[in-house]
Ligand binder design. Structure first.
Ligand code: IMP
Length: 196
């Protein structure tokens, strides 16, 4: 079975294929099926946004489509940046600018607990929808550490490992990350669905 990914991110596609190819599922890019859909993320939850993206690509391609939506939720900031993680601070900032802004916005003397969240949605042309959520708890470091990963990885600290996401190998990160966990939960749901 082919699933069209509602993203142009080749890394995301590879990551999904690594996990799902073992069950005879191939995740491909929109361009591979001749479509180019850019969905505005107007939802207020990760669930809504991943559903919006998967639904639009399923409708445009006529094929089952998969999307993920993710972000960092900081307790002392009432869950911000949350669904706005990619746009935190406006269009002018890059990844480094965004995590620097986050460090600057952290209230002094308050708990620095946070979590990364990922929600995966798969929409089928028959109307069925599968959803899986993964969360990874951690804290916001006082300063960036590590060179790996992307986004907020250098400031997302895992107290148990005493390292940030940016100090882990891709394999180490995938084993515990919000996206890795969501993908594993999605795999289990897809296996059930394909048995029906
Ligand atoms: P999305 O592509 O709309 O899901 O945007 C997610 C945004 O959340 C990214 O642009 C990053 O800023 C942030 N984010 C999500 N997952 C991670 C991660 O694993 N590490 C660092 N930042 C992440």
């Amino acid at each position: 079975m082919k699933l069209v990914l509602a993203s142009k991110n080749v890394k995301k596609m590879r990551e999904m294929n690594d996990i799902l190819s073992g069950m005879g599922v191939e995740v491909c890019l929109q361009a591979d099926v001749g479509i180019d859909v850019d969905v505005e993320e107007t939802g207020s939850t990760f669930e809504e946004n991943s559903r919006l993206k998967a639904q639009a690509v399923m409708e445009a391609s006529g094929l089952p489509a998969i999307a993920d939506d993710s972000g960092l939720c900081v307790d002392a900031l009432n869950g911000a940046p949350g669904v706005y993680s990619a746009r935190y601070g406006g269009e002018g900032l890059d990844d480094t600018g965004r995590y620097r802004l986050l460090l600057a916005n952290m209230p002094k003397g308050e708990a620095r607990t946070a979590k990364f969240v990922s929600v995966i949605t798969c929409c089928f042309p028959g109307g069925e929808v599968l959803t899986a959520r993964g969360e990874c708890p951690g804290t916001i470091a006082f300063a960036p550490m590590g060179e790996g990963g992307f986004g907020y990885d250098p400031v997302f600290f895992l107290p148990r490992l005493k390292k940030t996401f940016a100090q882990l190998s891709a394999e180490e990160k995938n084993a515990i990350s919000h996206r890795g966990l969501a993908l594993a939960a999605f795999q289990a749901k897809l296996e059930e669905y394909l048995k029906k």
